[in-house]
Design a protein. Structure first.
Length: 112
């Protein structure tokens, strides 16, 4: 048997089901670009409160000879993070905003 495409140009109206609770609204997301200038680096990662301080979950990609980048969707809020450049935790050299987290200085970022 073969299936032929429908010629209908309009999808039928969707009706809610009485036995299903309405879905909770999803938070607005902003795309945040992390950009690190580290020309001699072989590996650049970001660890922060948005990824449970796991540097393996956000690996940056070399964009040219000097810069590393990653884009991450985040809801609005305040976030703390560190850059891990070749295994060493460092503050973000392009972001002067810092806070204290568990007794150490970390970079901070506000997503609006």
């Amino acid at each position: 048997a073969s299936v032929k495409p429908s010629r209908a140009g309009v999808m039928p109206a969707m009706h809610g089901r009485a036995d299903r609770a309405p879905e909770a609204p999803q938070p607005d997301l902003r795309f945040v670009k992390f950009s690190i200038k580290a020309p001699a680096a072989k590996d650049v990662r970001i660890a922060g409160d948005f990824n449970k301080w796991n540097p393996d979950s956000l690996v940056l990609v070399r964009k040219d000879g000097k810069n590393w980048e990653a884009i991450l969707p985040l809801p609005p809020g305040r976030y703390r993070y560190l850059c891990r450049i070749d295994g060493k935790d460092e503050l973000d050299p392009l972001n002067p905003e810092t806070e204290m987290e568990s007794g150490r200085k970390v970079s901070s970022l506000t997503v609006k």
